[in-house]
Design a protein around this ligand. Structure first.
Ligand code: PLP
Length: 357
C-alpha cells in the first residue's frame, strides 16, 4: 500500500523494520526505548545522536540551538510570540492559507499582528511578490508558513526579512531539501509529516533570541529554559525522538538532503505534469508556488470523487482525500514516498480517466 496521508504520514520502511527489530531489546539493554529513563545513559545517547545527525544534515551553525519539544506546531504558534516579542509593539505575518491563519490568530492573543500580505486565495492560488509586502520596521519578527499543507502552496525561496528575525513553520517541508538555516531566527516543524511519529516538534533557534521570553511563557515552551536543559526540562517524547533519530540516519544513508531534493523534485514534477496534461484533473496553484510535498487536485466532474477514492483505495493507493476544508484530492509525497508510489498513482489516474473521462 502507498500511503498518501498528509500526516501522520508514511515513514521509510527500513526505519520501521529497524524499530521493530529493536522493539524489545535496544542494543542489548534488554529494554525497549519506550521503557527507558530519559535521563539514563542509553536514552541520552539516542537523543545526542539524533541532534548531531540533524545538525549534520542541515549544517546547523553553532550559534543555533536545536530543541526537541512537544505540543506540535500548534504549540509553537503561541510559543513563537511568547518567546520573541520582547519589547516590540508588533509582529509581521504573511498569510498564505489555513496554517498561516491559525498562527496569526494565536499570535493575536499575545501581541499586535500586522498581516503583511494575503496569498493562497483565488484560482490559481499564489504568493504575493515580496516587493508588495507591507512590513513594519518595528516588528519583532516576520513569520511565514513555508508550505501550506492543505492547499499545497509553497514558497520556492526564503523571503528576505532584512534585520528582522525570520520565523518559519516548516512542518510539511522540513528536511525535504537543503536549507540555509543561517537565514532564520526560528524554524519549527512537527515531526509527523516528514521525519517521525506525532508528539515531537523540532525548534531551531538562533541563540541571540533566547533572552526575550515573556515571564508568562510556560516553562516547557520557553526556548532558553529548554536549551539550558537539553530539551529535558520535563520528560520528552522519547520514543518519537528515537524514531526521528532513525529517520535522520536513514536520510544520511540515502545521501542527505541534496538527494532528497532531487527525488522530491522529480516526484512532484511527474505528478504535476500528469495533472496538467489532462483536462480531467486540475491543480489550482500557480506553478511558481506549487508544493513538492502536498499535491492537491480536483476532478473536472466532482460527482466522481467518491468513486475515485474507493477505486484508488482498492488499488493500494491510500488516503488521497483532500482536506475537509477544500475537498477534492491531495497526494502527500514526503521523503518516504518512493517514486514507484507516484508512478502507481499516475498510472491509476490515467486509467480512471480512460474509464470515466
Ligand atoms: N503547520 C502546518 C503547516 C501543518 O501542516 C500542521 C498540521 O497539519 C500544523 C501546523 C499543525 O501541526 P500540529 O498538529 O503538529 O500541531
Amino acid at each position: 500500500v502507498f500511503n498518501f496521508s498528509a500526516g501522520p504520514a508514511t515513514l521509510p520502511e527500513p526505519v520501521l523494520r529497524q524499530a521493530a527489530e529493536e522493539m524489545l531489546d535496544w542494543h542489548g539493554t534488554g529494554m525497549s526505548v519506550m521503557e527507558m529513563s530519559h535521563r539514563g545513559k542509553a536514552f541520552v545517547s539516542i537523543a545526542e545522536q539524533a541532534e548531531a545527525d540533524l545538525r549534520e544534515l542541515l549544517a546547523v551553525p553553532d550559534n543555533y540551538r536545536v530543541l526537541f519539544l512537544q505540543g506540535g506546531a500548534t504549540a509553537q504558534f503561541a510559543a513563537v510570540p511568547l518567546n520573541l516579542v520582547g519589547d516590540a509593539p508588533v509582529v509581521d505575518y504573511v498569510n498564505t492559507g489555513s496554517w498561516s491563519k491559525k498562527a496569526i490568530a494565536e499570535a493575536g492573543k499575545y501581541t499586535r499582528v500586522n498581516v503583511v500580505a494575503e496569498g493562497g486565495k483565488g484560482d490559481p492560488m499564489g504568493i504575493p511578490a515580496q516587493a508588495t509586502w507591507q512590513c513594519d520596521p518595528q516588528a519583532a519578527y516576520l513569520h511565514y508558513c513555508a508550505n501550506e499543507t492543505i492547499t499545497g502552496v509553497e514558497f520556492a525561496d526564503i523571503p528576505d526579512s532584512g534585520d528582522v528575525p525570520l520565523v518559519s513553520d516548516m512542518s510539511s517541508t522540513f528536511l525535504s531539501r537543503p536549507l540555509d538555516v543561517s537565514r532564520f531566527g526560528v524554524i519549527y516543524a512537527g515531526a509527523q509529516k516528514n521525519f517521525g511519529p506525532a508528539g515531537l516538534t523540532v525548534v531551531i533557534v538562533r541563540d541571540d533570541l533566547l533572552d526575550r521570553a515573556s515571564s508568562l511563557t510556560p516553562s516547557i515552551w520557553d526556548y532558553k529554559r529548554q536549551a539550558e536543559a537539553d530539551s529535558m526540562l520535563n520528560t520528552p517524547a522519547t520514543y518519537s525522538l528515537y524514531i526521528a533519530g532513525l529517520v535522520f540516519q536513514w536520510l544520511k544513508g540515502e545521501g542527505g538532503l541534496e538527494v532528497m531534493a532531487e527525488r522530491n523534485h522529480q516526484k512532484a514534477s511527474k505528478l504535476y505534469a500528469a495533472i496538467d496534461g489532462s483536462a480531467f484533473y486540475r491543480n489550482p496553484v500557480e506553478p511558481s508556488a506549487r508544493s513538492w510535498m502536498n499535491v492537491p487536485f480536483v476532478l473536472a466532474d466532482d460527482s466522481l470523487d467518491g468513486q475515485f477514492l474507493s477505486e484508488a483505495e482498492s488499488a493500494g493507493l491510500s488516503t488521497l482525500k483532500g482536506h475537509r476544508s477544500v475537498g477534492g484530492m491531495r497526494a502527500s509525497i514526503y521523503n518516504a514516498m518512493p517514486e514507484a508510489g507516484v508512478d502507481a498513482l499516475i498510472e491509476f489516474m490515467a486509467d480512471f480517466e480512460k474509464r470515466h473521462g
